[in-house]
Write a new protein. Structure first.
Length: 327
């Protein structure tokens, strides 16, 4: 059997005066690999690194790699992208977004890469979730949550900390619904009592549909504050922004806001004194509204919101190696 290798050195440079957290999700964008199924990432420090292919667009592959070690302040981290012509995607160290595989989620290793992740494969809800106010839930390689007589949703039972980025992928738009971080209220998350939301004034109407003893309006028409969490919803006037895109909310610990396509933070951000250090992750809807997602993920917030840069060395090619099987 003939196999070919390509090894490309990659140097990650953290330009910030703070280190990255351990188990950091690093964004790497490269030209579409020649041997796409046989990609692996390896570090002299940490060995093989789990990596997840988000998409390929215009000849560029967007990949997330989990870095176990902290990248020092103003420091670097060395790794290699290895392509092996005979390896296959294994769904462990090299996987992809669920909609990219021949069978939905077949090679999805997002749970190995991100701090929290679900692609809602199959037809039943994972036991890591619980529900609030009995929403209608439909799962068929993706999830649709609908308000059933009142606002409600589902939430991850584990709590997660800030700074952090929460992202979801949807092939459709929604109104008066969203995904969010929420606090406990009387022992359970209740997103419908309010959350941080970034969007138009029509998107804020979600907060006003029930009595809200915890929340107050602040920051003009673009922002809404309530003591029980942070989240993102869209009114109908801005919902077209998210069609077939990945939407992000983030908290640096002192600010909250929106990210689009991993670029710089847009003007929809605000300083905040957050009421807690750990939160549940919830997908919530107003009564009679629905939200559909294919996957949701929680990842580390880069230092000061600046992702370490990835620089690539010259690819190193192996000669053809002949493997002989002796009977």
């Amino acid at each position: 059997m003939t196999t070919k290798f390509i090894r490309t050195p990659i140097t990650l440079s953290n330009t910030q005066p703070q280190p990255t957290p351990a188990n950091f999700q690093q964004l790497i964008q490269v030209s579409t690999p020649q041997y796409l199924n046989g990609v692996r990432f390896w570090s002299p420090t940490d060995g093989y690194l789990p990596a997840w292919l988000e998409n390929i667009s215009n000849g560029t592959a967007t990949i997330w790699v989990k870095i176990p070690s902290s990248i020092p302040a103003n420091g670097t981290y060395q790794l290699y992208m290895i392509q092996d012509s005979i390896l296959q995607m294994d769904g462990v160290y090299w996987g992809e977004a669920p909609q990219l595989s021949p069978t939905y989620g077949q090679y999805d290793n997002g749970a190995n890469v991100f701090g929290a992740y679900d692609n809602f494969a199959g037809t039943s809800l994972s036991s890591q979730w619980a529900s609030v106010n009995s929403p209608t839930i439909s799962i068929n390689n993706g999830i649709t949550v609908a308000g059933n007589g009142q606002a409600g949703g589902i939430y991850l039972k584990t709590k997660y900390s800030f700074p952090a980025v929460l992202e979801a992928y949807s092939g459709s738009t929604w109104s008066y619904a969203g995904f969010m971080f929420v606090n406990d209220i009387n022992g359970a998350p209740y997103s419908y009592n309010g959350w941080w939301t970034v969007g138009s004034s029509s998107g804020e109407a979600y907060n006003g549909m029930v009595a809200d003893p915890w929340g107050t309006n602040t920051g003009g028409s673009a922002f809404l504050y309530a003591i029980n969490g942070i989240g993102y919803s869209f009114g109908s006037s801005v919902s077209s922004i998210i069609l077939n895109n990945i939407v992000s909310i983030y908290s640096s610990g002192s600010t909250v806001g929106q990210l689009i396509n991993y670029g710089s933070t847009n003007s929809q951000s605000i300083s905040a004194s957050l009421p807690s250090t750990t939160y549940n992750i919830e997908i919530g809807v107003a009564n009679g509204e629905t939200i559909t997602l294919h996957w949701i993920r929680y990842r580390a917030y880069p230092p000061n919101g600046v992702m370490p840069t990835a620089s690539f060395g010259a690819p190193q090619y192996s000669g053809e190696l002949i493997t002989v099987t002796v009977p």
